[in-house]
Design a protein around this ligand. Structure first.
Ligand SMILES: C[S@@+](CC[C@H](N)C(=O)[O-])C[C@H]1O[C@@H](n2cnc3c(N)ncnc32)[C@H](O)[C@@H]1O
Length: 328
């Protein structure tokens, strides 16, 4: 995305150009698409009083008051005044992989690969890498440049671990396969559309062969009318007793309320300046989508306040995290 597109997305009319640039930069630093949602002090830092707010870069479990919800809803209501035009909707929904491909072409160098929060939030993943764990297959769906695949592969001690990455962007899969960290003894990568209507499985993946499916910021890239197909496809791939580890954008996240005109595709569903799509979920929606086929182990909301002290900016981030299980 160009800096002009970012401006369009983030523009606050009464800000000076310097403030707008500062805001764009702060937002870019917090861009989850390139892995920068690193809650390394997760659950440990609670804001007790407003006066403390500038003392740290991040606060956990920040409470939202009614006023704040109302403010977010008002901003979202304004987005309905200028939604995406029908012609453009068809364009963006027609070939979403193309826009992600361009994204990876433009962002080759920018990927953050050491997500420490994965170990804290999804300990199952790291259990599987221990020396005597035994045979296990992990599948990262919408793997992008391999932000989950590589941290697991890099610390693996389990000779019976198999890790698969799939993405519908050929460029992303290429980045994974050509990485110097890619080890074909344990890893495999394929181009695959999670919501493909034929119910096809990724090349090299047998039905009901996966123990753990990881979906980090991928479900939000689907249109709501693709959710059921994606769940059906997942059910075909996972073993009985298998797990789905999920993290994605939550309703009223900064990224949602910041959208301005010509971005709204559908309720809570947007097109970014670079043509990639993004949905913002509630806990209830996740429950409805996934419990049609799976058992809910956990659904939680991670509310964080990220503070850019230098620029005196407050950014309210909301992510959902969940674990589902396949019935035995
Ligand atoms: C926001 S990025 C997240 C990448 C990676 N999971 C991470 O956390 O860094 C979303 C990824 O999902 C992929 N994606 C979007 N829709 C997909 C689909 N229907 N099937 C497979 N991959 C998809 C995109 O190409 C992109 O790589």
């Amino acid at each position: 995305m160009t800096i002009e597109d970012k401006f369009e997305e983030l523009k606050v009319d009464d800000n000076t150009p310097q403030e707008q640039i500062a805001e764009v930069q702060a937002y870019e630093e917090a861009d989850t698409r390139i892995g920068r949602d690193d809650p390394f002090t997760f659950g440990q830092r609670k804001l007790q009083s407003e006066e403390e707010v500038w003392n740290h870069n991040a606060w956990d479990n920040v409470e939202w008051g009614e006023e704040q919800v109302k403010e977010a809803q008002e901003k979202i209501a304004k987005q309905y005044e200028a939604p995406v035009k029908d012609f453009d909707k068809k364009l963006y929904n027609g070939n979403p992989a193309r826009y992600w491909d361009i994204f990876y072409k433009n962002n080759k160098e920018n990927f953050f690969k050491d997500r420490k929060w994965l170990q804290i939030e999804f300990p199952q993943l790291y259990e599987a890498t221990k020396e005597n764990y035994g045979p296990v297959t992990i599948f990262e769906i919408g793997c992008g440049a391999g932000n989950t695949l590589f941290p697991i592969l890099n610390q693996n001690q389990n000779k019976d671990l198999k890790i698969i990455g799939a993405d519908f962007s050929p460029k992303a899969v290429d980045l994974v396969k050509t990485s110097e960290n890619f080890n074909p003894d344990f890893a495999h990568a394929a181009v695959w559309d999670l919501a493909n209507p034929e119910g096809a499985l990724p090349e090299g993946v047998e039905p009901h062969s996966v123990d753990i499916a990881v979906m980090v910021f991928v479900f939000s890239a689907l249109a709501p009318d693709q959710w059921q197909q994606a769940v059906d496809n997942l059910a075909k791939i996972l073993k009985p007793g298998g797990k789905i580890l999920f993290r994605d954008y939550g309703r009223y996240d900064l990224a949602q309320v910041r959208f301005k005109k010509n971005r709204l595709l559908d309720d809570n569903f947007y097109i970014r300046g670079d043509g990639t799509r993004v949905y913002f979920f509630t806990e209830e929606e996740l429950r409805e989508i996934f419990t049609s086929k799976f058992i809910e182990n956990k659904i939680g909301t991670d509310r964080r306040l990220l503070v850019n002290r230098k620029r005196q900016l407050k950014m309210y981030r909301i992510w959902l995290q969940a674990v589902f299980e396949v019935p035995k």
